[in-house]
Design a protein around this ligand. Sequence first.
Ligand code: FES
Length: 177
Amino acid sequence: MATECPKGRNRKQSDEDMVNLIDNVEQKDDLKYNRRAFLKTAVGASMALGLSTVPFSVRAMIGLAEPDHDRVEIIRLDQLPKGESVTFHYPTENDPALLIHTVEGKLVAYNSACTHLMCPVFYQKEKDVLLCPCHKGYFDVNDGHPVAGPPQRELPLIEIEVDRGVVYAVGRQYRHG
Ligand code: FES
C-alpha cells in the first residue's frame, strides 16, 4: 500500500520520479563524460600524430630525410680502369647491377636485367654499348635507353657517388620515355 507524500503524492509515484530523475542525471552525465572522453582522445591522438611527424618534417627541411635506399660501396675507382665494368647488386641482393667506367671516362650504373626478358646485360667495350646477348638487345651506355633489338624500356639508373676514391650506389631511378 502506497504512503502519502507531504505534497499529496503517493510514495510509489515519488520513487518512480526519483528513478527517472536519476536516469536522466546519469544519461546527461554519460553524454557529458563521453563527450569529454572523446575530446580528450581526439586531442591526444592529434598531438601524438603531430609530434610523430615533426622530426621527419624537420629532417626533410634540412635535407637529412632518409634516402630511399642504403648507400652501398661498389668498388675503389682505381680498381676500375676506363673501358671496364663491374657487377654488383643494388638495392637488394636480388637486383643485379653493372657499374661501367666508359672509354670516355664517364661512370654510369644501371640495373643489368634486360628490360626485354631479364637476361643479364654486358658492357661491350669495343662498341662502347650495353649488349643483351639473349636477343641482341642494345642499350646506350650513357643513358641506358634501348637503341636496337627487342627492348623497349630503358634500364633503371643507379645513382652513384664517388667519395675519397670509392664508388658508392646511393639510389635508383626508374625512368620513362
Ligand atoms: S632478354 Fe634482352 S633482348 Fe631479350
